[in-house]
Design a protein around this ligand. Sequence first.
Ligand code: UDP
Length: 320
Amino acid sequence: MRALITGGAGFIGSHLAETLLERGHDVLILDNLSTGSIDNIAHIKGRPGFEYFIDTVENEPLLAELIDRSDVVFHFAAAVGVKLIVEHPVYTIETNVHGTEVVLKHANKKKKLVVVASTSEVYGKSNDVPFREDSDLVMGPTPKHRWAYACSKAIDEFLALAYWKERKLPVIIVRFFNTVGPRQTGQHGMVIPNFVRQALAGEPITVFGDGTQSRAFTHVADVVGALVTLMQSPEAIGQVINIGNTQEVTITDLATRIRELADSRSTIKYVPYDEAYESGFEDMPRRVPDLTKIRKMIGYEPKHSLDDILLQVLDYFRAK
Ligand code: UDP
């Protein structure tokens, strides 16, 4: 098969590109390098069956041509990272909503399968943990810009499902839960690369809030493995599917573990949310996926523990 990956020079997209090539597929990448980086694809640039285009999905003639040449489209181009979202809400909403609109519109012309990247953020402030795909989404108020991300992705989901229902465009919606691993940068706020960099530099590790909030982190290799299987699974079409890991950790415990594994003398510094993001910032207290659906559908089981992830990210930052 030939896959088009929008946002393919990003963290998850570049890992997916590599795996697809290894498994004998062809890969086209369309990325405007807004949060992605050419470094992420440097090692695959010369491989047979690989082509990349540095442009945005809003270049519709190019987008249409690349979709025509592909059998499946992974639409990963988006504004991501809580810090980026809070600082640039206009860009976030426009990129996430309009980008998905044009991808679905052009894919629909030739009925090409579209895998739409969504996020666990859509569950919002819900306390109904673990989150199931049919759980209610609980958004915060509109003046708090963090929720613009969840809402923009929820609109993407609605639109993709509408294309499936009304026009029979095959779509699969995947909700990623805190995907991490080598090549992720801390530039837009992601916690693990930030903590690892701070621990290795001997700087204070900055825990936002009181550190009792928790997350369940998934290795990018587990996510990519699931994506490659899902794109070949007819039963996934028209479905919303969580992809994650259920090993939950509080952010304070995460900071402590990273400090131990890095053999670092960094202190742990608690930073109020108002200072870290914006006044009145609301965090999600817990975020853990219910994986029943994906287990049943494709026998998915994440293989990487939190320690595996942390050791690999430490190695990556040390090598850098
Ligand atoms: N966080 C933190 N210090 C940092 C970056 C993030 O304590 O330097 C916290 C953040 O407030 C959140 C958790 O770590 O509670 C995960 O943040 P991230 O931005 O990685 O992902 P999120 O789950 O919020 O989308």
